[in-house]
Design a protein. Structure first.
Length: 256
């Protein structure tokens, strides 16, 4: 495969990552794992690889605008069906990390359960702070902590924005092109990514299977954030649609 083809593939794989970061309960890092570009993303940030980051950034930015435009209306009009869709998507995503765990041991099971409990706790706290102010510093910290969550599979950046009361204000800023708020938010993202990538690349290199175990627990625990509130036959179809999309993305992530 040529270098040009690799960058084209990287761009198109980055679009779903951007879309995922607009969905509460879904992590862009999870989708990066499914698409088999997670470590590429981490090391590109750590090494400040401008070409790779530009390609990934442009694809993710396009995904964010697609997600912000499409998800907002669906989120308001069909929250139950969206939750079914996201629940299928998140649960199936755990397959991408589970098969990288290796042989299970008592310690790995403890890591998995601890990560599951942590993600479950964070997920159950959604909605605590829906109405926040519009201070610029809040946008900076929202970008900082959200960026870390965006690249940690199982911890949704959008979920943290909901907890901080910034989810809807940020979507509104994207849809209305509020440059000042978006610039401060982006600055927070950049600082968060640079700091976190150094730490996580080190952990991935030395404790790969243990990290994959923790990520599996985080992904499974985070599914509580989008657990459907009631039974719906139509919702089951949306659940399987989410699951199928992940399986398709994982297939293409390995092939291209």
């Amino acid at each position: 495969m040529s270098k040009k083809t690799n960058y084209i593939s990287l761009f198109f794989k980055s679009i779903p990552i951007g879309i995922a970061n607009t969905l509460p309960g879904v992590s862009g890092g999870t989708i990066a794992l499914v698409l088999n570009i997670y470590e590429t993303l981490i090391y590109a940030i750590k090494n400040i690889s401008y070409k790779k980051l530009s390609v990934i950034g442009l694809g993710a930015l396009l995904g964010v605008y697609i997600g912000a435009a499409a998800i907002s209306d669906f989120y308001y009009n069909n929250p139950l069906l969206l939750n079914y869709f996201l629940f299928g998507l998140v649960l199936t995503s755990a397959h991408a990390t589970y098969h990288k765990i290796g042989r299970l041991s008592f310690l790995k099971i403890l890591f998995l359960l601890a990560a599951f409990a942590l993600a479950l706790f964070v997920s159950m706290e959604i909605g605590v702070n829906i109405n926040a102010g519009r201070g610029l510093m809040l946008y900076f910290w929202g970008g900082f902590w959200g960026s870390i969550a965006m690249i940690v599979p199982g911890i949704s950046g959008s979920t943290l924005l909901v907890l901080m009361g910034l989810y809807h204000p940020v979507l509104s800023a994207v849809n209305n092109f509020e440059i000042l708020y978006l610039s401060v938010f982006t600055l927070g993202i950049i600082f968060g990514l640079l700091i976190f990538a150094w730490l996580f690349s080190y952990l991935l290199k030395r404790y790969h299977q243990q990290i994959m175990t923790v990520l599996t627990g985080l992904i499974l625990g985070s599914s509580a954030a989008v657990f459907p509130a009631k039974i719906s036959l139509e919702g089951v179809y949306f659940f399987f649609a989410g699951a199928v999309i992940i399986l398709i993305l994982e297939f293409f992530g390995k092939k291209f």
